[in-house]
Ligand binder design. Structure first.
Ligand SMILES: CC(C)(COP(=O)(O)OP(=O)(O)OC[C@H]1O[C@@H](n2cnc3c(N)ncnc32)[C@H](O)[C@@H]1OP(=O)(O)O)[C@@H](O)C(=O)NCCC(=O)NCCS
Length: 186
C-alpha cells in the first residue's frame, strides 16, 4: 500500500531577525540572505514530507516586491504544493514584520523543486503521496503540475532558439534592441 501524507504534517515556519551583517551597500537586507533562508525552509519542509535527505533541483522565479529592512523579523512559510515520484514542489511565502509599527509586508513568494535522494547512493527515491484536504490544496497541486509542463516547454524552446539563433527573424528583432553588431558579424 502506497504511503500518503497530509500537507499539514510537513508545514514549516522559520523566523529570523534581520541583523546588520545581512545588509547590502544600500542598507537593505541582501537578496542572497533571503534566498538562503528560503532554501533552508524548503529543505526542512521537503525532508519532513519525504523523511529523507533532499536536494534543491531548481527554483522558480523570485521577484522581490519590497525591500527587507535591517531590524525586521522575517517569517518564511513553507508547504508542499505538489509531489511527483521523487520530486516535491515547495511553495514559500516570505513575510517581513516591522517590530515597532507591527506592519507586515509580503516581500516575495517562490516555488522550490526539491528531489528526495538516497543518502548513500544519491539516487532519487520515491516520496509519500499527498492527501489534498481542501480547495486550496487542490488548486496548488494543479497549478504546480501546470508550471512543471510550462517549464518543460520553456526548456525545449530555449534549446531550439539557441540552436537557431541566426534565424533571419531573430536577426531582424535585434535591430529593435539596444545592441550593435561589431563589423563583420552582420
Ligand atoms: C536533482 C537530481 C537529484 C536529479 O537527478 P536525475 O538523475 O536527473 O534524476 P531524474 O532525471 O531521474 O529525475 C528525478 C526527479 O527529479 C526531477 N527533476 C530533475 N531535474 C529537475 C529540475 N531541474 N527541476 C525540477 N525537477 C527536476 C524530475 O522531474 C524527477 O521527478 P519525479 O521523480 O517526481 O518524476 C540531480 O540532478 C542532482 O543531484 N542535482 C544537484 C542537486 C544539488 O546539489 N543541489 C544543491 C545545489 S548547491
Amino acid at each position: 500500500m502506497d504511503n500518503f501524507k497530509t500537507i499539514s504534517e510537513s508545514k514549516t515556519v522559520m523566523t529570523e531577525l534581520m541583523i546588520p551583517s545581512y545588509s547590502n551597500f544600500g542598507g537593505k537586507v541582501h537578496g542572497g540572505v533571503i534566498l538562503s533562508l528560503m532554501d533552508k525552509v524548503a529543505y526542512a519542509c521537503a525532508a519532513k514530507h519525504a523523511e529523507t535527505y533532499c536536494v534543491t533541483a531548481s527554483i522558480d522565479t523570485v521577484d522581490f516586491r519590497e525591500p527587507v529592512e535591517v531590524g525586521e523579523i522575517v517569517s518564511l512559510l513553507a508547504s508542499v504544493n505538489y509531489v511527483g515520484r521523487s520530486s516535491l514542489v515547495i511553495g514559500i511565502k516570505v513575510l517581513s514584520e516591522n517590530i515597532k509599527t507591527k506592519t507586515v509586508k509580503h516581500t516575495n513568494s517562490s516555488y522550490f523543486s526539491m528531489v528526495a535522494v538516497d543518502e548513500l547512493t544519491h539516487k532519487p527515491v520515491q516520496v509519500p503521496g499527498l492527501i489534498l484536504e481542501n480547495e486550496v490544496d487542490i488548486q496548488r497541486f494543479i497549478t504546480a503540475m501546470h508550471r512543471k509542463e510550462l517549464n518543460r516547454y520553456y526548456r525545449q524552446e530555449g534549446a531550439r532558439i539557441k540552436a537557431e539563433y541566426r534565424n533571419p527573424d531573430f536577426m531582424e528583432m535585434l535591430k529593435k534592441e539596444r545592441c550593435l553588431l561589431k563589423a563583420g558579424l552582420e
